[in-house]
Design a protein around this ligand. Structure first.
Ligand code: SF4
Ligand code: SF4
Length: 229
């Protein structure tokens, strides 16, 4: 899932304080699961934000709603009637959701209420960890199911580096060395042999450095309604 956490109340207050009517919009998918931007969090933020604005004598109406997914126009449709009543939207979706709302409502200011962090998993109650950097050319099959790009602080494909100590990363002693994890798991699976060879450089052309990426599934496109350029 996409993991995010909420911006501090004063930061959100300062973004919206010069508006008259603000709609807080939650998202019912990833950010609900990571407890950052679902219906419950919208309610909590709404109460805290109203109070923070009032304490500074800002006369701003703050209303709340949550839609199923902010990153799909079909779900944003639900806001089509209501959104024009506001001069600002504060999204509690991920960065994709914020931008989808901004594209849809070009005359309304749209602000991010969350800081989008990473793609990851729930490690334990209240703890999420990053697992994938979305490189566009997945190598998990060659690295025992553990991502060297994300889990190694130096993104090494030929690790470990010389700084791995006691299974921990030299960059941060609180995180496991990704390469220790890869070696341990590969050893258990009996697939250590390939790690004797030098892995050639990764093809980064599929990554973010080439600009925003696009996935087009021709078989799913409707004739005459092709992808937006
Ligand atoms: S190799 Fe790329 S796609 Fe696969 S988990 Fe790592 S970053 Fe994600
Ligand atoms: S200690 Fe391990 S995880 Fe940290 S940079 Fe070196 S190889 Fe990567």
């Amino acid at each position: 899932m996409i993991v995010a956490d909420r911006k501090k109340i004063p930061q959100i207050r300062d973004m919206v304080k010069n508006h008259r009517r603000v709609l807080l919009v939650g998202c019912g998918t990833c950010v609900t699961v990571c407890l950052a931007g679902g219906e419950r969090e919208v309610g909590i933020l709404g109460s805290a934000l109203r109070m923070a604005l009032r304490l500074q004598h800002h006369d701003v109406v703050v209303d709340e709603c949550t839609i199923e997914r902010q990153c799909e126009d079909a779900f944003i449709d639900i806001l089509a009637q209501r959104a024009p009543e506001y001069d600002a939207i504060c999204s509690l979706g991920c960065g994709a959701g914020v931008q989808a709302l901004a594209e849809r409502f070009s005359n309304i200011a749209v602000y991010p209420g969350l800081n989008t962090q990473f793609m990851g998993i729930l490690e334990s109650q209240g703890v999420w960890t990053e697992k994938c950097s979305g490189c566009g050319n997945c190598l998990l099959g060659e690295f025992a199911g553990i991502c060297p790009i994300t889990r190694c602080a130096k993104h090494l494909l030929n690790g470990p580096c010389g700084g791995s100590r006691g299974g921990k990363c030299e960059v941060n002693a609180n995180i496991d060395c990704g390469w220790q994890l890869i070696h341990d798991r590969a050893g258990k699976l009996g697939i250590l042999d390939p790690f004797e060879q030098i892995v050639p450089p990764h093809d980064w052309s599929t990554g973010l450095d080439g600009g925003p990426r696009k996935v087009v599934r021709e078989d799913q496109c409707i004739a005459g309604l092709g992808p937006k350029s």
